[in-house]
Design a protein around this ligand. Structure first.
Ligand SMILES: *Cc1c(COP(=O)(O)O)cnc(C)c1O
Length: 359
């Protein structure tokens, strides 16, 4: 049975995307590849609202999250933590030999600019890691306000994970003035997992030039040098470039603003369902993210049974909660290619499942 994925990544991949993904290989140093690379670039730049090159790394989001720390920090990294993904970044920094300090916030709460400001004021840091949309808790931290701190701390490199928010709402890289922005393609971009798109500011490149031990595979200088030739440092997942070409075409045909509005409509349907059925959102509403909903199990239902019923009876897979909030929450993804009609249908199925497991 083919399942319909409504977990927050990887998400459902369309037939059209798979078809694009499975086009024949070309040599990665060939003119054909260079042309493909060049065709994808303007769409990526529009998506990131940037004039900077947008790179595509072959590897999941962590490959670039790790590379960003290696490329940008010599002093100390402030790791902003408020959920499973952001919490991991501290260990990623220290395991790469970087000094790091935790800014730990309770799960489900956003990381706020005043909390970051207080730490950066010590002058100890030259980089910070920040997750815009913490997928494990469905929490959106106020990126715009945080990015404004960059003016006060120009020497601190702001590394921003937009893995589950890119293309769900406007995130204008150049205007924000942050230094690195990255997203794995298996979340809102609805591509098969295995690639990460990212961009790097001019200021960040000035830092990178001075940093030793950047590593080989994730060296940002290599990405930039190869980009000049419309190529990647090593053999990339060429399939992902085909899929990106197809997906960016769809995104731009729909229009970015229309896409953002659709994502908001979708998530509103899920949020309303949750409240109507006696649940609460895990984060406070102003900080609820757009691509998915993390629902607090305030009714104390058997979440595992709900998830299992949906899979068995409807072929739909939702998520039963991540890590330490497994069972206390459940998550439903409404990002990517999902239509509002599709989300209404999904929630009707979840209602049926809820009835069955609470009967
Ligand atoms: C999924 C996710 C990651 C991890 O991504 P991988 O592609 O598995 O490396 C990191 N950050 C956020 C916010 C995510 O949602």
């Amino acid at each position: 049975m083919a399942y319909k994925l409504h977990i927050p990544g990887p998400i459902q991949v369309s037939e059209k995307t798979f078809k694009a993904f499975s086009q024949p290989m070309v040599g990665h140093r060939s003119k054909d590849f260079q042309e493909l690379y060049a065709r994808v670039q303007p769409g990526l730049q529009k998506l990131f609202y940037t004039k900077q090159p947008v790179f595509t790394a072959t590897g999941s989001s962590w490959s670039v999250m790790e590379a960003a720390v290696r490329n940008l920090s010599v002093k100390k990294v402030l790791t902003c933590m408020n959920g499973a993904f952001s919490d991991k970044w501290y260990g990623v920094a220290t395991s790469n030999g970087k000094a790091a300090e935790k800014l730990q916030v309770e799960w489900g709460k956003p990381v706020l600019p005043e909390q970051i400001d207080a730490r950066l004021a010590t002058g100890e840091f030259d980089a910070l890691t920040f997750i815009h949309s913490e997928t494990s808790t469905g929490t959106l931290s106020p990126l715009e306000e945080v990015a404004r701190l960059k003016r006060k701390y120009p020497d601190v490199m702001f590394i921003i994970d937009v893995v589950s928010s890119l293309s769900t709402k406007k995130i204008p890289f150049d205007e924000l003035g942050v230094d690195v922005m990255l997203a794995g393609v298996q979340k809102a971009l609805a591509l098969p997992p295995g690639a990460t798109v990212f961009t790097v500011s001019e200021a960040a490149f000035k830092r990178v030039e001075q940093v030793a031990g950047r590593g080989y595979y994730g060296d940002f200088m290599e990405f930039r040098a190869n980009h000049e030739k419309n190529m990647t440092p090593s053999t990339p997942s060429i399939s992902h470039f085909y899929a990106l070409e197809s997906k960016l075409g769809e995104i731009l045909a729909e229009g970015l603003d229309t896409r953002f509005a659709r994502h908001l409509e979708n998530v509103m349907i899920v949020r309303e369902w949750a409240l109507k059925n006696g649940f609460e959102l895990f984060p406070e509403l102003p900080y609820a993210t757009v691509g998915l909903t993390c629902i607090k199990n305030t009714r104390d239902i058997d979440v595992a049974a709900l998830v299992a019923w949906l899979k068995q009876n409807k072929g739909i897979i939702i998520d039963g909660g991540y890590g330490k909030i497994k069972g206390r929450t459940f998550r439903i993804s409404s990002m990517g290619d999902e239509t509002t009609a599709g989300i209404y249908e999904l929630m009707a199925n979840v209602s049926e499942a809820l009835k069955a497991v609470t009967a």
